[in-house]
Design a binder for this molecule. Structure first.
Ligand SMILES: *Cc1c(COP(=O)(O)O)cnc(C)c1O
Length: 206
């Protein structure tokens, strides 16, 4: 397995939960893309080299790893941007509710995204933080969306995805999962749990 990654001589790299090591072959693949696709085809690369279709085809490859259906996953920009977008779409689905529920162990930048969106909307939205063990029991009828990171990167604590999603739905809330530390590390059944939204990133365990 180690031979599949390009690591500096003598380095033991255990930081799989942030930027992962460079897989062998990526430098050549990106060099070839720049030269043979962008360089040779210019604007025609969108069709000739299928740049247009790649968010969907890469999404379908990832879908198999997270128990999601084909055609339901797409590649986009950074995870934080996707958190912001998914959260704003989720709020729109519950226009009469004003609470974003999350837990105090959530990744800091997810909470910053929620705070930034709340400031931007300027319509009395509230970010409500509860202890991780209290997420399922804190779903109330004013919660528009529950935004939860399944695996805590500091402790490995794992939320019960199906149970928390069901608690959210029973309270009439929309469920948004952050799978940054789940995708590629823990098996999951996203379709089975029925969550409306999930976000993640490619450069950690994937
Ligand atoms: C890494 C990570 C982020 C930040 O992702 P960016 O790609 O820097 O936007 C957000 N949430 C969680 C849970 C993460 O692990």
């Amino acid at each position: 397995m180690k031979d599949r990654f390009s690591l500096p001589e003598g380095m033991i790299y255990l930081d799989g939960n942030s930027l992962g090591p460079l897989p062998v072959g990526v430098t050549e693949r990106i060099g070839s893309m720049l030269q043979n696709e962008w360089g040779a085809h210019l604007i025609k690369g969108w069709n000739l080299d299928n740049w247009m279709g790649q968010p969907a085809s890469v999404g379908n490859t990832i879908a198999r790893l997270i128990g999601a259906g084909q055609g339901t996953v797409t590649m986009g920009d950074t995870l934080s941007v996707k958190v912001y977008q998914a959260l704003s779409a989720a709020l729109k689905m519950r226009p009469d509710r004003r609470v974003i529920l999350s837990d105090s162990g959530n990744f800091p930048s997810d909470l910053y995204m929620a705070e930034g969106l709340i400031r931007q909307l300027d319509r009395d939205y509230e970010l409500r933080l509860v202890a991780p063990e209290e997420v399922a029991t804190s779903m109330a009828d004013d919660v528009a969306v529950a935004m939860i990171t399944q695996v805590d990167y500091r402790t490995g604590r794992l939320h019960d995805m199906a149970g928390v999603t069901k608690a959210a739905h029973d309270a009439g809330a929309v469920m948004l999962w952050d799978l940054a530390h789940t995708a590629g590390a823990v098996p999951m059944d996203l379709t089975g749990c029925g969550a409306e939204f999930a976000v993640g990133c490619t450069y950690k365990y994937l």
